[in-house]
Design a protein around this ligand. Structure first.
Ligand code: DQQ
Length: 483
C-alpha cells in the first residue's frame, strides 16, 4: 500500500535484507564493536529468530557478517555477550579470552524460554554451542543481560520474568551455573503487559559531585509507551551485585527512555575502551513493524547514543547524545543566523542525511517548525511550541498513515529554563532523532514518505518566530575501513 519504498538510511544500521528486530550481544573486542541482532534469514516478517551479525570500528560504518547463532530446535531470542577475560568458563583457547553469548532459547513446540550459552574463540566469527544453562520452566523468561561485577567477583545476569513485569537477578562464577539472588518489580509506573530486554549499568552523574555515580536499570515495555505504542522506561538506584534498590524519593512515575514512537529493546555495549556507556535501540514500534516498507530490509537501528545521568531538581534524568564519532563524518557546514520567520516557508538548502544544531528564540510567541516535504507533498514537521514549552515531531501528514492506535504527533515538555531553546537533530532519510534539554528529552520517529526527494523549509505556525542560529552538516556516506 506504500506509494514508494522508504529509502535505505545512509549512516544508520540496517541488515542487507530481510527482517531485523532487537540489538543483541553488544560488546567491543580487539578494535571492533559487535552488533548482533534478532534476525529472520528467511523473510521480511518476524520468525526463525537467529542472531545476525555486523562489526564496526566507528559505530557508523558496519561490515555485514554471516549469521552468528542460527535457529536450531530452539529459536535464538535476545541476549548479550561478554569477554571472559579470566576464562572463568574454560571456553578460552591458547590463552585468549573467549567471547561468550548468553541468549534465550525459545522452544516453538513447548513455548519454554530458557537461557543458553554459546562461545567464540575467533573474534566472534564463529560460535560453538555450549547449551542450556538456566531453565525455570517458564514461557515468559527471557533476554539475559550479563556483565562482570568486580566488587563481588561474580557474573551478574539481569533477565525478565516478562508477564510478571519483573527483572530477576542471578549470579555466577563461571557463566554456566546460575544462582537466583532477587527480583525487582513490578512498579506502579508500569502499566504495560510485559517487560522485555533489560539492561543494567552504572553511570556518572554529569552535573553531580566529582565521581558521583548511580545505577540505571532499563526495561522495554511492549505497549502503553509514551504515545501508547511500545517504549522503554528506566529506574535509577543502587546495585550491590545481588539486588537493585530504587533511589530514595524516586517517584513511581514513568521515566521514558525516548518520547517518540520508534525506540525499543535498547541495549548498551560492554567493554567500550574509553569507558563510555553507549546504547542503541530498534527503530520501530511493534504495532506497525510488519506494515512498514521493506527496502529489501525491514528493520533499522537508531544512532548509537552516549549515556550520562543528570540531576534535575529532586528528579533524575537519563541524558543521551549521538556518539561523538558522528562529528567526524560531517561534511561542509551550512550556517544561518537570525532567521526571522512568518507563515511563508523559507526554503533551506539541506540534504536528507544530516546532523543539525538549532537555537530557537524563546521569546517570540508563535510555534516554529522545520518541515521536510517530499515530491508528493507529504510533510514531516519538527518544531517548538513556546506557549507550552514543548518540542514536537508531527508525522500526521508525513506519509501514508501508520496506525490508528496512537497519535502521529510526539511531544516532549522541556524543563523550565532561560535562554534559547537548543536542539540537536539527526535525520537520515526515513528516521529523525531529536535531542533537547541536554539530551534528557529525546524523540525518535520513523517517517514513511510518499516518494521523490525531500526538501527542507522553515516557517512560523501563525505570527512570527525566530531561529537564532542553525548549523547543519551533511553526513558523508560510509567508507568501510580496510580489513
Ligand atoms: N524480541 C525477542 C525477545 C524479546 C522481544 C524475540 C522484544 O527475546 O523479548 O525476537 O522485541
Amino acid at each position: 500500500q506504500w506509494p514508494a519504498p522508504d529509502p535505505r538510511p545512509s549512516f544508520h544500521f540496517a541488515p542487507e535484507r530481510n527482517w531485523m528486530n532487537d540489538p543483541n550481544g553488544l560488546v567491543f573486542f580487539e578494535g571492533e564493536y559487535h552488533l548482533f541482532y534478532q534476525y529472520n534469514p528467511h523473510g521480511d516478517r518476524w520468525g526463525h529468530m537467529s542472531w545476525g551479525h555486523a562489526v564496526s570500528r566507528d559505530l557508523l560504518s558496519w561490515e555485514h557478517l554471516p549469521i552468528a547463532i542460527p535457529e536450531t530446535e530452539v529459536m535464538a531470542f535476545s541476549g548479550s555477550a561478554v569477554i571472559d577475560w579470566k576464562n572463568t568458563s574454560g571456553f578460552g583457547r591458547n590463552g585468549k579470552p573467549p567471547m561468550v553469548a548468553i541468549y534465550t532459547g525459545f522452544d516453538p513446540v513447548t513455548k519454554n524460554q530458557s537461557q543458553f550459552v554459546a562461545y567464540s574463540t575467533d573474534r566472534g566469527r564463529t560460535f560453538s554451542r555450549h547449551g542450556k544453562v538456566l531453565d525455570i520452566g517458564s514461557a515468559e523468561f527471557r533476554d539475559p543481560k550479563v556483565f562482570w561485577h568486580a566488587p563481588t567477583q561474580r557474573w551478574v545476569m539481569v533477565v525478565v520474568k516478562a508477564s510478571e513485569k519483573k527483572a530477576a537477578f542471578y549470579s555466577s562464577r563461571d557463566l554456566k551455573q546460575w544462582q537466583h539472588e532477587s527480583d525487582f518489580g513490578p512498579t506502579a509506573s508500569s502499566t504495560s503487559v510485559n517487560w522485555e530486554c533489560p539492561d543494567l549499568f552504572e553511570l556518572p552523574v554529569a552535573n553531580g559531585k566529582p565521581g558521583e555515580k548511580r545505577w540505571v536499570l532499563a526495561v522495554s515495555q511492549g505497549d502503553k509507551g509514551p504515545d501508547n505504542g511500545s517504549g522503554g522506561q528506566y529506574f535509577v538506584g543502587a546495585f550491590d551485585g545481588k539486588a537493585f534498590t530504587l533511589e530514595p524519593g524516586w517517584e513511581d512515575t514513568p521515566h521514558w527512555q525516548d518520547l517518540g514512537a520508534d525506540f525499543y529493546a535498547s541495549q548498551s555495549w560492554s567493554e567500550v575502551p574509553d569507558g563510555r556507556r553507549i546504547w542503541i535501540g530498534w527503530a520501530t514500534d511493534l504495532r506497525y513493524a510488519h506494515a512498514i516498507p521493506t527496502t529489501p530490509a525491514r528493520g533499522l537501528m537508531t544512532l548509537p547514543r552516549t549515556l550520562t545521568l543528570r540531576r534535575e531538581g529532586a528528579d533524575w534524568r537519563l541524558a543521551q547524545a549521538p556518539v561523538r564519532e558522528l562529528e567526524s563524518r560531517r561534511g561542509a557546514l551550512t550556517q544561518l543566523e537570525d532567521l526571522t520567520l512568518g507563515e511563508t516557508p523559507v526554503p533551506l538548502k539541506l540534504g536528507e542525511s544530516l546532523d543539525m544544531q538549532l537555537a530557537i528564540d524563546p521569546q517570540l510567541a508563535s510555534q516554529v517548525a522545520l518541515s521536510l516535504t517530499d515530491a508528493q507533498g507529504y510533510t514531516l514537521l519538527i518544531g517548538y511550541t513556546p506557549a507550552t514549552r514543548e518540542v514536537f515531531i508531527d508525522r500526521t501528514r508525513a506519509g501514508p498513515h501508520v496506525h490508528d492506535a496512537f497519535p502521529d504527533r510526539n511531544i516532549a515538555a522541556l524543563p523550565p529554563g532561560d535562554g534559547p531553546i537548543t536542539l540537536r537533530l539527526v535525520v537520515d532519510r526515513s528516521i529523525v532523532e531529536l535531542f533537547a534539554a541536554d539530551g534528557t528529552r529525546v524523540i525518535t520517529d520513523r517517517f514513511f514518505r510518499g516518494g521523490g526527494a525531500l526538501s527542507w523549509s522553515a516557517h512560523a505556525l501563525g505570527g512570527r518566530a525566530r531561529i537564532q542560529s542553525l548549523r547543519a552538516w551533511p553526513i558523508e556516506p560510509a567508507v568501510l575501513p580496510g580489513r
